[in-house]
Ligand binder design. Structure first.
Ligand SMILES: [Zn+2]
Ligand SMILES: [Zn+2]
Length: 176
């Protein structure tokens, strides 16, 4: 993470709240994720405003393009992410109810927005990416990409019960 998005409680308390805009590099978090090849720097923007006593409401968007590798067919593809997030931050210790609702806790004058923005982006990134819902993947026998070709091994896959039946009928024929 190269940058920290910050707002101050005092500026968020002003009418209209505190706007923020920044770029976050998320790639370091996904370095070990084989199927996430590249994440462009995320364009983050939004508004933090204190709506109730000691509660700051954060509304924002994060946009980026992610280069994935399909887990079924291994094709690389890019998908754009357009994330909308809305989170609450409390300046005073959380009640059990707030903890349940995943309200963030920020007692200091400076509010670091990174944890909640990063969480929103991380949850939006697909760790089992599939190029499209109907992707047929690769043949487990010969590795042929079944989206673009068919292979012989696939055609020969017959339900063993049906195979037993067809052998039974064949045996009847030979008896005739
Ligand atoms: Zn695929
Ligand atoms: Zn095959």
């Amino acid at each position: 993470m190269t940058k920290i998005v910050k707002v101050l409680w005092t500026s968020a308390t002003k009418p209209g709240g505190a706007a923020f805009a920044d770029t976050l590099d998320m790639m370091s978090l996904f370095r070990n994720q084989r199927d996430v090849i590249h994440i462009e720097p995320c364009q983050v923007e939004g508004l933090a405003s204190v709506t109730r006593s000691n509660i700051c409401e954060v509304n924002g968007t994060a946009r980026t393009n992610v280069q994935y590798r399909c887990v079924r067919c291994l094709t690389e593809f890019t998908r754009s992410l357009d994330i909308v997030f809305q989170e609450l931050i409390s300046r005073i210790p959380l009640t059990a109810e707030q903890e349940e609702a995943e309200v963030f806790y920020a007692p200091d004058e400076v509010i670091d927005l990174d944890p909640l923005i990063v969480q929103a982006i991380v949850l939006a990134i697909d760790v089992q990416p599939i190029c499209h819902n109907e992707c047929r993947g690769l043949c487990s026998e010969c590795g042929t990409d079944l989206n673009v070709a068919t292979c012989a091994c696939h055609e020969q896959q017959v339900d063993p019960r049906l195979q037993a039946l067809s052998q039974f009928y064949d045996s009847l024929k030979t008896e005739d």
